[in-house]
Design a protein around this ligand. Structure first.
Ligand code: ADP
Length: 636
């Protein structure tokens, strides 16, 4: 008597919509490099074997414990079939349905749902997401999957589909643990029934699979853990092959770090920086790219524990013989040793990036343009590496040419002798920053200002706080002390003339008090500016904590914010508009009030903070109507 449960008979089901779309693309568009289907299937088998190896350490009883862990491939010229068999952990009925009928990862689901026609042929991009199992339909007219789980009570099943919309699942008694995939090859895919061709493909794509891959009892792959060998024995091509294997990539890595340490921890790491950043292309959050090994045995694939989350773009392996082999997921998370390896390697990697920036600035700059967002994320989310990360940040500045970047260290090297702080100002573009009011005072004193053009920049800098004992200060702070000494206008006769025409201090103060009354709760204070030279007014942040850019981002993400009550408005008593306003408020207070509100709104726009333009536009028209002499005041 069999101990297997009685299962329902054959059942036909529809593929999930995204799978249908993916299959349509796989079957009809991806004609180049069809041979990668084998790499995908072998990699699934290897995953299943790794998972089984781990599961066996944790479970009391597994089915077919005696089977060797391997992948067997047989090609049948006569039948025109190719069969891939593994002794991995297998799938039960439910797993066959959900694994081979849906796309689980939400990022790739969105990717497939949105993939535009013209991108369909971009194999490189698609390769990053992996068509995985479904690649089988590039070469097969029909795919049969026979699988039996490692769990002793689960019976075997067969899954069959021609990839055109439905699949069938039926019981399949008497099979061994693991998965057998039988490809009934398409007419034009006969080459894949040829044993020699299959061996060639395995050598090309799957040399590093850590289980034997056998074709007619011959092991084709050379099972080797490249990271445990010494650097000078490894050829450049071997590194590149390994990268392609581990990162599922078609291209070459941007840079590589291979190192080993014995004390305080025994650890070996082989890490790569890839070329592409798919998160930047908008396809959701990527999984971590580093696998954790203990003495060449995989402990955790795409490990969430071995590096901080913001280093998820790094691909490669980390191997430590200090870890216990049968460590569980939970124990990995809680392990002090894992945390320690995490710190050691993160530091080493950041040092590697600093060296790259030093020795190959152009390579580093390209890396920064592609992956800088992750380092900023680290600066914001991780307290442990702020100093190292600060050194890696890059910005445009008032002293760089457009498009050229500077580091904080280079900024410090250019600082005036009496300058203490590092200044930055945000804006949507270089042009917007340079025509806005905030730079005026800095330009006048020839002080350099970093341009934080990415919304994440201000968060990163405000978290970092200081660098090499210099405070990082946003130029839209209210309480800036820039000093008078270096002011250029002292030598400029035109500026001196302007200063003479400015409102006298007591008039300016009275005007400011009146404007505050007009604006009410919208501002905290209205003050005479010590900074403005060319613009009539600007808003500043009195507390110096939240910059306008940060406020904008937080509003955009739906966070509740006070309604500008925290801002100060600074006015320029030397500006003709401000002088004129002071006269007007005695002659035509109503118009002066409107103009005051308009000045404030203009200043908000320049700070990037205008959220509701309707009232502003209405008022603006009223002012314009008065100007052309047909306003309601005249007609009344
Ligand atoms: P991915 O491998 O990226 O998750 P696939 O479409 O290749 O996507 O496979 C989907 C799922 O099917 C896998 O995650 C795995 O759970 C399961 N699977 C595929 N092939 C096998 C296999 N040979 N043995 C066991 N499970 C498998």
């Amino acid at each position: 008597m069999s101990s297997e449960k009685t299962a329902p008979a054959a059942e036909t089901r529809e593929f999930q919509a995204e799978v249908k779309k993916m299959l349509d693309i796989v079957i009809n568009s991806l004609y180049t490099e069809r041979e990668i289907f084998l790499r995908e299937l072998i990699s699934n088998s290897a995953d299943a074997l790794e998972k089984f190896r781990h599961q066996r350490l944790l479970s009391e009883e597994v089915f077919d414990d005696h089977l060797p862990l391997e992948i067997k491939i047989s090609a049948d010229q006569e039948q025109q079939t190719l069969t891939i068999t593994d002794t991995g952990l297998g799938m039960d009925r439910g797993e066959l349905e959900s694994n081979l009928g849906t796309i689980a990862h939400s990022g790739s689901r969105t990717f497939w749902a949105n993939l535009a026609e013209n991108q369909r042929k971009d194999l490189n991009l698609i390769g990053q997401f992996g068509v995985g199992f479904y690649a089988a339909f590039m070469v097969a007219a029909k795919v049969r999957v026979q699988s039996r789980s490692y769990r002793p009570e689960e019976p075997g099943h067969e899954w069959i589909s021609d990839g055109t919309g439905t699949y069938t699942i039926a019981p399949c008694p008497g099979i061994r643990r693991g998965t057998k995939i039988i490809l009934e090859l398409k007419e034009d895919a006969g080459e894949f029934a040829d044993q020699e061709r299959i061996k060639q493909i395995i050598r090309r794509y799957s040399s590093f699979v850590p289980f034997p891959i056998k074709v007619a009892d011959e092991t084709v792959n050379t099972v080797q853990a490249i990271w445990t060998r010494s650097k000078n024995e490894i050829k450049e091509e071997e590194y590149q092959e390994f990268y392609k294997y581990i990162a599922n990539a078609f291209d070459e890595p941007r840079a590589r770090l291979h190192f080993s340490a014995d004390a305080p921890l025994a650890v070996k790491a082989l890490l790569f920086l890839p070329q592409e950043n798919i998160e930047r292309l908008g396809f959701g959050r990527m999984d971590p790219g580093v696998n954790l090994y203990c003495q060449r045995v995989l402990i955790e694939q795409h490990s969430k524990n071995i590096l901080p989350e913001w280093l998820r773009f790094v691909k490669g392996v980390i191997d430590s013989e200090d870890l216990p082999l049968n460590i569980s997921r939970q124990a990995l998370q809680d392990s002090a040793l894992v945390a320690k390896i995490n710190r050691v390697i993160s530091k080493r990697l950041l040092k590697f990036l600093a060296e790259l920036a030093q020795n190959e600035p152009e390579t580093y700059e390209k890396f920064w343009n592609t992956f800088g967002m992750f380092l900023k994320e680290g600066a914001i989310s991780d307290f442990n590496y702020r100093k190292e990360l600060a050194g890696l940040l890059r910005f445009e500045s008032s002293h760089t040419e457009p498009g050229k970047l500077t580091s904080l260290s280079d900024y410090i090297a250019r600082m005036a002798p009496e300058q203490k702080d590092i200044y930055y100002i945000s804006g949507p573009s270089r042009e917007a920053v340079e025509t806005g009011p905030y730079l005026e005072a800095f330009r006048q004193r020839d002080l350099e200002v970093l341009y934080t053009l990415d919304p994440m920049d201000d968060f990163a800098l405000s978290h970092i706080g200081e660098f090499a004992e210099h405070q990082l200060v946003s130029a839209d702070r209210g309480d800036l002390e820039l000093g008078e000494a270096a002011k250029k206008e002292d030598q400029d006769p035109a500026a001196a003339e302007k200063a003479a025409a400015a409102l006298p201090p007591e008039e300016a103060q009275a005007l400011a008090a009146w404007m505050k009354e007009v604006l009410g709760d919208k501002v905290k204070e209205v003050k005479e500016s010590k900074r403005l030279t060319d613009s009539p007014a600007m808003v500043v942040n009195p507390d110096g904590f939240l910059t306008s850019s940060m406020e904008r981002v937080m509003r955009a993400s739906g966070q509740q914010m006070p309604d500008f009550g925290g801002k100060n408005l600074e006015i320029n008593p030397g500006h003709a508009l401000i002088g004129g306003l002071n006269r007007l408020r005695r002659e035509d207070e109503d118009l002066a009030r409107k103009i005051t509100a308009q000045i404030f709104d203009n200043a908000l726009i320049q700070a990037g903070l205008m959220t509701e333009p309707r009232a502003m536009v209405g008022r603006n028209y009223e002012i314009l109507a008065r100007l052309v002499g047909r306003g309601p005041a005249d007609s009344a």
